[in-house]
Design a protein. Sequence first.
Length: 199
Amino acid sequence: MFRALKARFARPVLWLSVSLGSALCAASSYAAESVLPNDPPAVTADGEKAKAALGELASAAATKAVAARAIEKGNKALARAHGAKLAKDEDGARLLSRVALAWANAGAAAVRAAEILKSADVLSTSRASLVERLSRARSLLAEHDARRLSLAAAVESAEKAAAERAGGKAGESSKPAATKPAATSGQKPKPPTPTTVKK
């Protein structure tokens, strides 16, 4: 009978023990994080590099906003490395210092990526402005070419008209002028004298 009861309640008891253990582990990890120092000392060479890099990231207001998560995680890793050092866990301290350095490098990469994106936005804006100016210059050039062609056509037609006028005046001047009889005042014109024809 004991075996039947044991087989029946084995799974619920196992599930209850696992959930209690996970809850206790989570509570202990939360308590451990709550007692971590805010500014832990670096315990390894990698920890010193990470602390310097995280301090540079946190000092600038622009980079602090971009790399806030990396700064927070790196500081937590440094604090845990300090705790591992106090607990005489040298390997854990070295590993956590490397984790802190990796977070510092990730924060620096995020800052560089944000700067590159910002410069790319500036370049994109200037490129759009240049494209607009180029299209305006092309339209002005096309308008100038059209005006030049219309002016050339007007000059050509004016030259043709001037040549036609000059040719008409030259033709009139080459014709002989008609002689008019001189009329004397008060005298009648004499009739022509008949010429005698010899027989």
